[in-house]
Design a protein around this ligand. Structure first.
Ligand SMILES: Cc1ncc(COP(=O)(O)O)c(C=O)c1O
Length: 323
């Protein structure tokens, strides 16, 4: 089905200089810009909004009245789907991995605020989660609803166009662009940027949300099953697991906050900045090259990350700096 994207955000998003962060990374003060895709759209904003403009357009064009999607408990995509559904007057059912937590926080509180229903799928892998979503959709249809299942992370070959447009927007804003660092979850954001800017400029930082980041991006780009060797993907920032605190990502969160007043979080944007820092250390990114970090949002995830909250709470109680 060919659709026209809905208008859920006010594009284009700003690019802001970050001279103190640039210097702390070992770049020249003017080298680094931050693309503020965290600022725009329903639900607090974030990269998923550009994709939801396409997936929700497909849902509306198909006459759907219910959005069903999947994610981890602290999924930003789930929260933004809940918010987009609220704006469009669609019922939203979120099928989340795991069990209901004793003390819901972060994104889960916002899911409730936007009026989404949540179905807990238990400890299942990605195909298991997708199967649970299909079951929920089938049951809803049997009850007379017209459900539309938004795939994991909102990434489809159609919704990738949201970040192709973002890539073109960025090229116009930063004509001498050399590197764009971006968090890689389900892969749609990186795939769209690569389509607009070419593989040579886009540095994806794998966050551990999918088993094979290379294959995920390649599949969204051209439907191929195998990885594309031209893609620049760092896989060194995952740490113990997707939902665990990786120390370099936490260092990056603290660095962005203390040099720039910029709020990142440990799961995605912290890993993206940690990957950029590692690329500077390796010489993959060198001083004098114009570099953009895409801020893809996710702020509520900071307050949903138990280890991060514990560390900040301990520092706050003691009245001292965390690190
Ligand atoms: C804050 C944030 N940044 C980046 C990503 C990664 O985007 P993508 O799934 O398109 O790779 C996500 C995905 O959930 C996210 O929530």
């Amino acid at each position: 089905m060919s659709v026209t994207p809905l208008d859920l955000g006010s594009w284009r998003t700003p690019v802001e200089p970050a001279p103190r962060l640039a210097t702390a990374l070992g770049l020249e003060p003017g080298d680094l810009l931050v693309k503020r895709d965290d600022l725009v759209g329903p639900g607090g904003g974030g990269n998923k909004v550009r994709k939801l403009e396409w997936t929700c357009a497909e849902a509306v064009a198909a006459g759907s009245d219910t959005l069903v999607t999947t994610g981890a408990a602290q999924s930003n995509h789930a929260r933004l789907t809940a918010a987009a559904g609220a704006r469009l007057g669609l019922r939203v059912v979120l099928v989340l991995g795991g069990e209901p937590p004793a003390e819901p926080r972060g994104n889960l509180l916002l899911d409730a605020l936007f009026g989404a229903e949540v179905v807990w799928a238990g400890d299942v892998d990605a195909p298991g989660l997708q199967a649970a979503a299909e079951r929920v959709a089938t049951e809803a249809a049997a009850d007379g609803a017209r459900p539309y299942v938004v795939p994991f992370g909102g990434s489809t070959t159609v919704s990738v166009q949201g970040y192709t447009a973002a890539g073109r927007e960025l090229a116009a804003q930063v004509p001498d662009l050399r590197h764009v660092a971006v968090a890689l979850g389900s892969g749609g954001t990186m795939a769209g940027l690569v389509r607009a800017l070419g593989p040579d400029k886009v540095l994806g930082v794998h966050c551990g949300a999918v088993p094979d980041a290379h294959a995920a991006v390649a599949h969204l780009l051209d439907g191929s099953a195998g990885p594309d060797p031209a893609l620049r993907i760092r896989t060194d920032q995952v740490g113990a697991a997707y939902d665990r605190l990786a120390e370099p990502a936490w260092d990056a969160v603290l660095l962005a906050a203390r040099t720039t007043g910029l709020v990142l979080e440990p799961t995605y944007t912290g890993r993206a900045l940690a990957g950029l820092a590692a690329a500077v250390r390796d010489g993959e990114v060198v001083p004098g090259e114009r570099t953009v970090l895409v801020h893809t949002g996710g702020l509520p995830g900071l307050f949903g990350h138990a280890e991060a909250v514990d560390r900040l709470a301990e520092a706050a109680r003691a009245g001292r700096q965390e690190r």
